[in-house]
Design a protein around this ligand. Sequence first.
Ligand SMILES: NC(=O)c1ccc[n+]([C@@H]2O[C@H](COP(=O)([O-])OP(=O)(O)OC[C@H]3O[C@@H](n4cnc5c(N)ncnc54)[C@H](OP(=O)(O)O)[C@@H]3O)[C@@H](O)[C@H]2O)c1
Length: 315
Amino acid sequence: MAKQPQSNGMNRRDFLRTGTAVATSAMLLPLTGTSVFGAFAGGNATVSIPAARLNNGVMMPLLGFGTNTLTGDVGERCVADAISVGYRLIDTAHVYGNEEAVGAGIKKSGIDRKELFVTSKLWVDDSGYEGTKKAFQTSIDKLGTDYLDLYLIHRPRGDVKGTWKAFEELYEAGKIKAIGVSNFEPDQLAELLSYAKIKPANNQIETHVFFQEHVNYASLKDREIQMQAWSPFAAGRNGIFSNPTLASIAKKHGKTIAQVCLRWHYQRGIVAIPRSSQKAHMIENLNIFDFELDAADLQTIAPLDLNRTQFPEWS
Ligand SMILES: NC(=O)c1ccc[n+]([C@@H]2O[C@H](COP(=O)([O-])OP(=O)(O)OC[C@H]3O[C@@H](n4cnc5c(N)ncnc54)[C@H](OP(=O)(O)O)[C@@H]3O)[C@@H](O)[C@H]2O)c1
């Protein structure tokens, strides 16, 4: 994301939100899709992952697996484990340096490519028409696939217009099933929409209980662009896994804090992509479709919003 001027600790996202009533998190929103994407046996229960219908008709699992920092042999093992317990959406990016490991994990899993939903992202150094075409080919070669389900502009930097033209051509050639963006603010999306022939299907942004993203949420809903949450656990920051408010809601439902967080995303219709290096956590994180946060739970979670990034080093 382009560096924004900071004053009094307020970044542009904070500024955008100033004066905006924070109420949407208390609403139980209808889910955007009904199809089932994959199924797994977690404990004694068999759980299916519902899917969202993107604005081009492509179905996207509402819960996926994040791979940032999972590189080399660890990355390969984690991706294979994640697929074996039921994940079908795998999120990677050129800049994670793990597309080969992710590809090896997919191969190791033995699951048919067509059953998976693979996302990668174009890094800023490769922006522009030619750079994008080359970077896309490198990504799919490393992943050992001949298409991506979703390709995202990782950050709104560089020659976004040239990049989007290349994305549209790759989409029209059937090399990418859906094209989208990541870390785009509403004004940056508006600019892209002013010249796009094909509307982005998805915007992947930082979203968790400490940064609930109400402005982006409303704007993406209006534009019929699927919202996707990166760092759905704030990568463990701000004591999320020992937060007493979340702990009391978890206790009430006989669930864990991680499951409450992921259920909260799911009930907002947001695709979450939690990362874990532990198979037990991977299974736990999938096991969120057998309970429901009620209106009181959602009202209790709403004030946890600090309305700012937990990753200021990336702003
Ligand atoms: N587009 C972007 O700019 C962007 C930026 C950041 C991330 N992302 C994507 O979003 C994905 C997820 O975000 P993230 O990797 O930053 O972090 P995250 O998913 O918010 O949190 C990961 C952390 O949570 C722990 N964890 C997972 N399940 C747990 C459980 N059930 N109980 C307790 N701890 C648990 C993991 O530890 P264990 O390994 O011990 O389970 C790990 O330390 C990334 O991997 C990446 O794919 C995208």
